[in-house]
Write a protein that binds this ligand. Sequence first.
Ligand code: NAI
Ligand code: UGA
Length: 446
Amino acid sequence: MNIAVVGTGYVGLVSGTCFAETGNHVICVDNNESKVESLQNGQLTIYEPGLELLFGRNTKEGRLTFTTDLEYAIKKSEIIFLALPTPPGEDGSADLSYVLGVAEQLGEMMDDYKVIVDKSTVPVGTAEKVTAAIAKKAKVDFDVVSNPEFLREGVAVDDFLKPDRVVIGTSSERAQKVMHRLYEPFVRQGNPIYFMDERSAEMTKYAANSYLATRITFMNEIANLCEIVGANVDMVRIGMGSDSRIGKRFLFPGVGYGGSCFPKDVQALAKTAKDNDYDFNILNSVMNVNNRQKHVLSEKIIKHFGGDLTGRTIALWGLAFKPNTDDIREAPAIYIIEDLLAAGATVTAYDPEAMENMRALFGDKVNFVEHRYDALKDASCLAIVTEWSIFRTPDFSYIAELMKEKVIFDGRNLYSLEDMEEIGFYYNSIGRNSIDKKKSKSKTLS
Ligand SMILES: NC(=O)C1=CN([C@@H]2O[C@H](COP(=O)(O)OP(=O)(O)OC[C@H]3O[C@@H](n4cnc5c(N)ncnc54)[C@H](O)[C@@H]3O)[C@@H](O)[C@H]2O)C=CC1
Ligand SMILES: O=C(O)[C@H]1O[C@H](OP(=O)(O)OP(=O)(O)OC[C@H]2O[C@@H](n3ccc(=O)[nH]c3=O)[C@H](O)[C@@H]2O)[C@H](O)[C@@H](O)[C@@H]1O
């Protein structure tokens, strides 16, 4: 099949590459000229594990190409995916200007029947708006389909190639057949393709993201309470998660959820509810708790050092909003760095992939280093913010030599309390007792 993907960011580039991998001819369109130029020159514009191999193969074999010319791509394709940004507007609602802006252009450009697929995350009712925008100038038949994307950054290629399910919202039998043919190769292991109406498909996406954000937030609250009452959230998590009604995944407490999607999608769903005079209480709490959780680690650090960090170096390990990505959109690290700088600290930081993006934000206010241990020289505290694998088993004796004070604040619960007790660090994590050898040989509350 001939496919155009409009918007070549995290979703567009991964989707386009994976559709090419199953033998389709894919033209990716973006209005960012330098992005298109890099991709045409074989340079990936995002870090996503596994993408390089597929990108290389499919560009080499001519199935995956890049252009800024929307009209050319539209005329060549029978399926047109919209993978455009839907950032939060000032009032929290999803900004549809990118999606509707392109939709208006499509009407004029289409020269034959097309299936226009909305892959961006959009509020209920958007398929109707897209249809109306295209219809203004369209002279040919077309169908608009809602096909929300559920991939996670960092494992996007795997998620796309082997989705748990594919959700397709359409009332057109013709479009349904096209979409079924397109997605069949991705569900050969028996995972379902669910066909439903457009509004339900649009709502499914927001419901899934908001539920996951709520689940994480619930665990963050449980963790905070565990810390106060002397329970260990890791044990509680295992105890809860082994109930098959609850399940083990997405129960990890931390420094708050970040990324380009959970924060904006929870906000947008709350706004949809408000616009329809429905008070979605849980979502309002989720947003409040998550905003607070992003400051939990920095507040603990500042308190530990008596409220002022002047003259102290705090080292951060991890800047991306999660491991295996260079994405720092709404990353908890941003809030933590701001708090530490405001308290007078010198901040040093290391991340395997996200330093360039964070440097663009903080410039020389933060000392970005090339190797993880370089961040620790003369530091009074190591703060773990993102759980990259490289941070899981460091050389603690070397760390002790480098640091001025043996203090670790761990926002991702990477290390065992027993190990920390043995090596004699002050160790504070999320929802577990602190280890402080100076105060007591046994575990004490922070
Ligand atoms: N990032 C993720 O993990 C996921 C994102 N989504 C949703 O997918 C949508 C896209 O998200 P991302 O890929 O993360 O965004 P992104 O910001 O990485 O990519 C969007 C791309 O669209 C391009 N663009 C903007 N206006 C354009 C225009 N008029 N013509 C052509 N290209 C244009 C931008 O230059 C950019 O390359 C959003 O609605 C998001 O909520 C859904 C699932 C996962
Ligand atoms: O709509 C989207 O864009 C995507 O949003 C999330 O994917 P993503 O944001 O890439 O990453 P997640 O793995 O979901 O993590 C989101 C945030 O939650 C945090 N998290 C996740 C899991 C957990 O147990 N605890 C926790 O704090 C992560 O650290 C991260 O900050 C969803 O998982 C995807 O299904 C969805 O397609």
